[in-house]
Design a protein around this ligand. Structure first.
Ligand code: PEP
Length: 248
């Protein structure tokens, strides 16, 4: 059985005061160890979040450099994330791909660096609305996955998580239906199974895209949906706690 994971992507939101309040509420409200819970704050707040967190809430980053150290102004390395006690890194989020021109190749390099450093990548894949309407969802998701498998090898997926995030559902309030999510999740698992059946049955595939306290349970009830990557609703303690409970 796969253990569910609910990850909060806070994106570029928060302040020290806001985070103190949010973390106090999350620590008080998340008492279950049935589900893995993760929060990914902006990098400048990782230490604060780590110091306020409990053993039931892991801390992760929203991005990382593929380089190990040196003249890379503005970048953050895996050894720094390790140093701060981070366990996960979100990679290839559609906002990074579209706003910061992160290519499949760069995402693959970051993926290898993350696994090598002993952190768990959460590899985001997903199609635009236009691609879905043209019937290209699996082609796009397959290309994004293959780019990483070709470079990192399927073995690297033994310590990774995949997040299916249809771009048209991110921050829009439009959620994929449970059937749409299940169909793509099952296809992703089948793509992994073409390389290695054991890895395919063990890997967690999260759904992301306007998950909220009302729709989480029906999305997570699908066989191949192993939790969620949550943006907006992860900034509201009660909603995020409810989403975590829906995965348990
Ligand atoms: C995300 O940013 O990964 C995300 C899924 O955002 P939202 O939940 O706000 O759609």
């Amino acid at each position: 059985m796969r253990r569910a994971l609910v990850a909060g992507n806070w994106k570029m939101n928060g302040s020290t005061d806001f985070i103190s309040e949010l973390m106090a509420e999350l620590v008080a409200g998340i008492q279950t160890s049935d589900v893995d819970v993760l929060v990914c704050p902006p990098a400048v707040y990782l230490s604060q979040v780590k110091s306020l967190s409990s053993s039931l809430i892991s801390v992760g980053a929203q991005n990382v450099s593929e380089n190990s150290e040196g003249a890379f102004t503005g970048e953050i390395s895996l050894s720094m994330l390790n140093d701060l006690g981070c366990n996960y890194v979100i990679l290839g989020h559609s906002e990074r791909r579209s706003l910061y021109a992160e290519s499949d190749a760069v995402v693959a390099d970051k993926f290898i660096a993350t696994v090598t450093a002993g952190l768990m990548p959460i590899l985001c894949v997903g199609e635009t609305l236009e691609e879905r309407e043209e019937g290209k969802t699996l082609e796009v998701v397959g290309r994004q996955l293959k780019a990483v498998i070709d470079v990192a090898g399927i073995e690297a997926f033994a310590s990774a998580v995949i997040a299916y995030e249809p771009i048209w559902a991110i921050g829009t309030g439009k959620t994929a239906t449970p059937d749409q999510a299940q169909d793509v999740h099952a296809a992703i698992r089948a793509m992994i199974a073409e390389h290695d059946a054991k890895t395919a049955s063990a890997i967690r595939i999260l759904y992301g895209g306007s998950v909220n306290a009302s729709n989480a349970a029906e999305l997570f009830a699908n066989d191949d949906v192993d939790g969620g990557l949550v943006g907006g609703a992860s900034l509201k303690a009660n909603d995020f706690i409810a989403i975590c409970h829906a995965a348990g």
